[in-house]
Unconditional design. Structure first.
Length: 241
């Protein structure tokens, strides 16, 4: 793992994102729509189940979720989104992955490039930074009101199939292989644990500090990317993001 608490470092950004809840719901609706085109039954569509769980974790209303699924099932207008991941470097040489869902490749490509270029970053070729990240399951369980001790929880998680567990005073962070994520999540849920976060994520193999004189510029770049309607996720290997 990256050797530091991902959860502790991203709490501030999660709080900031909470203030943009409507935009978050809009992006999740698009993700649900894309997943549901392969089948509207979450019991047989694993991808749909994952994104619905992700939506529920941020308190997206059930009506919004159902509307996105129903829209996919009745999609007679041929609405379609392409899944594109952009790779590049932010200020200070920080690696950045930008995952998008778009119905207009030219628009999205231009917007992502502008966000990088205007803020001291640069887009790279496919494969230029992706190798620095691993696709992992990532689960966060807050320790408040939990009676289980660190050793007991770690044993439960490992027995469920987790690869690694990081602990802090605030939370347990569980990392899994992507293929084992659902099984581990289900096992911990059945054991009575509630999740703050449970998702497939791109986890950096090594995390780096942003140079102090580049932090403001880097934050502007990330904000510009996250504000774009076509951008679903932004992953970096910066400590604190």
């Amino acid at each position: 793992m990256a050797g530091h608490s991902k959860w502790k470092n991203i709490q501030g950004r999660k709080n900031a994102q909470d203030s943009k809840r409507a935009k978050v719901f809009q992006k999740l609706a698009k993700e649900i729509f894309v997943a549901a085109k392969a089948g509207a039954d979450i019991s047989t569509n694993a991808a749909l189940r994952l994104v619905v769980d992700k939506a529920k974790a941020v308190n997206m209303p059930n009506d919004n979720i159902k509307r996105a699924i129903d829209k996919a099932a009745g999609n007679t207008a041929g609405e379609h989104y392409d899944e594109i991941t952009y790779e590049g470097y932010g200020p200070g040489g920080i690696a950045v992955l930008v995952h998008t869902l778009t119905d207009n490749r030219n628009r999205t490509s231009t917007n992502v490039r502008v966000a990088f270029n205007k803020n001291g970053g640069s887009l790279g070729e496919t494969g230029s930074v992706a190798y620095m990240f691993d696709r992992k399951g990532y689960i966060v369980i807050e320790r408040a009101d939990l009676e289980v001790d660190e050793d007991t929880f770690m044993l439960e998680a490992i027995e469920a199939g987790a690869d690694d567990v990081e602990t802090s005073e605030e939370a347990f962070e569980v990392y899994t292989e992507a293929s084992a994520f659902t099984d581990v999540k289900d096992a911990l849920s059945e054991a009575g644990y509630a999740f703050v976060t449970a998702e497939l994520s791109m986890i950096p193999q090594v995390s780096n500090d942003i140079p102090e004189d580049k932090k403001e510029q880097f934050e502007r770049m990330i904000d510009a990317l996250e504000d774009d309607d076509d951008v679903q996720e932004v992953y970096t290997n910066a400590i604190g993001y």
